[in-house]
Structure formats: structure tokens, C-alpha cells
Ligand binder design. Structure first.
Ligand code: ADP
Ligand code: MG
Length: 216
């Protein structure tokens, strides 16, 4: 049972470990998706980045959750060469800053963390929904989480629906023509393939759901 103020530094550490593990399992799939409409490095970029994040967080002792998110974001920026590194890096840094130095947080604050992460991705990447990017998965997930939490849904259920929205958003990129990032160079040839970044965004949100369900 998830109760108010149940989220803390352990939630963030668990989230990052869950991301590393699911990205490791899905690395080849993400590489294949990126090979179709990009340069085939998305799976390896993300795995390298989140391996470094888990290592950096493992060396941290006692930082509050917001600081851990900022550290994770900084680590992604410095360890990932592809577009996904700065984008997820700034997302996690912005999300972490929402929490400041507080030791715990609850569902409504998690909404604000993810909303700040989305705003930062859109700000840095200048992508809108429909451009065939990670925004097509992240935005519906944040919107769904916000609505469900505001409606009083248990956080576990709200997260489950947010993950389903992210996954549906990822699938919805298949018929889109890319207007941002490397895939946009392909023009119409980008149609018919699922966007790798939207796909990994679904994985990152499922990892969050598992981390929140695990508790601390
Ligand atoms: P690169 O494209 O530099 O090789 P990756 O392969 O790691 O980097 O990441 C590609 C993913 O990054 C894309 O599938 C897309 O979801 C995301 N992406 C690229 N450019 C943008 C952008 N301007 N805004 C949002 N997301 C973007
Ligand atoms: Mg790539």
C-alpha cells in the first residue's frame, strides 16, 4: 500500500537501478529501432548512461532524493554522447530541483517532478507532440499521471495508467514522420518505425512504477 510521503531517496536509487536493468534487457531492441531511423546507438547510449548513474548514486551517501536526481542528470549529460543524454540529463536535473532538499515526497510532488522533466525536454529539444520523439511518450504519461493523482487515484494505479499512456504514445509514433532529431533527416522514410526514444521513455516510466511499488 502506497501512502502519502512514502517516496524518498531509496525510491530514486531504486528507480535508477530499475532503469539500468530494463535498458540492459531491451538494449538490442532499442539499438534495432534506432538502426531503422537513426544511427543505431540508442540502446548503448542509454545503457552506458544509466550504468554510470547507478555507479554515481552508489558512491553517494545520504543525499536527499532531489539531489540524487540532479546527480543522475549530471551524470547522464557527461556520459552519453547522443541526443538522449542531454535530454534525459536535463529532465532529471530539472525534476530533482523541484524537490530541493526535502527528504520525502508524495504523489503530487512526483507529478511536479515529471512535469518539470517534460518541460525541460521540450525546452531543450524544441519538440512538440507529433514530432516523433520521446515527447510523444512522456507528455501523455505526465498528463495522465497528473489527472489520475488529482482525481484521488492511488499512486500505484495512477502510475500504471501513466505507463500505459507512455507505451501507447510510443506505438503512436510508428505512423509519424520525424520532425526532430536524427530521424528527421530521413523525411518520409522515418514513417513506419517506432521512435527509439519514445520507446525507452515507456521503459523508464515502467521502471519508476516498479521503484514506487517496491517502497523503501
Ligand atoms: P542520437 O539521435 O544523437 O543518436 P539517441 O539515439 O540516443 O541519440 O536518441 C535518439 C532519440 O532522442 C530519438 O528517438 C528521440 O526520441 C530523441 N530525440 C532526438 N532529438 C530530440 C529532440 N529535439 N527533442 C526530443 N527528443 C529528441
Ligand atoms: Mg542514435
Amino acid at each position: 500500500m502506497i501512502t502519502e510521503r512514502d517516496l524518498d531517496a531509496a525510491t530514486v536509487s531504486n528507480w535508477m537501478r530499475e532503469i539500468e536493468s530494463v535498458i540492459r534487457a531491451e538494449r538490442d531492441h532499442l539499438v534495432q529501432l534506432d538502426a531503422a531511423i537513426g544511427d543505431g546507438d540508442h540502446g548503448t547510449n542509454m545503457l552506458r548512461g544509466f550504468e554510470a548513474v547507478v555507479q554515481a548514486l552508489g558512491a553517494d551517501s545520504g543525499s536527499p532524493p532531489g539531489r540524487l536526481l540532479v546527480l543522475a542528470g549530471r551524470t547522464l549529460v557527461s556520459s552519453v554522447g547522443g541526443a538522449s543524454g542531454p535530454l534525459w540529463g536535463s529532465a532529471l536535473r530539472s525534476g530533482g530541483r523541484v524537490l530541493g532538499d526535502q527528504a520525502t515526497f508524495e504523489g503530487q510532488e512526483l507529478v511536479e517532478v515529471l512535469a518539470a522533466a517534460l518541460a525541460s525536454v521540450k525546452d531543450l529539444g524544441a519538440a512538440s507532440p507529433g514530432d516523433k520523439t520521446m515527447v510523444d511518450a512522456l507528455e501523455p504519461a505526465v498528463d495522465t499521471l497528473r489527472e489520475r493523482v488529482a482525481a484521488g487515484a492511488p499512486l500505484a494505479d495512477a502510475l500504471d495508467e501513466a505507463c500505459a499512456a507512455a507505451e501507447a504514445g510510443g506505438r503512436a509514433t510508428i505512423p509519424m514522420q520525424a520532425r526532430k532529431g536524427r530521424a528527421s533527416y530521413l523525411g518520409e522514410r522515418s514513417i513506419g518505425h517506432q521512435d527509439p526514444g519514445a520507446t525507452s521513455t515507456g521503459l523508464i516510466l515502467r521502471a519508476l512504477q516498479r521503484a514506487v511499488a517496491t517502497g523503501s
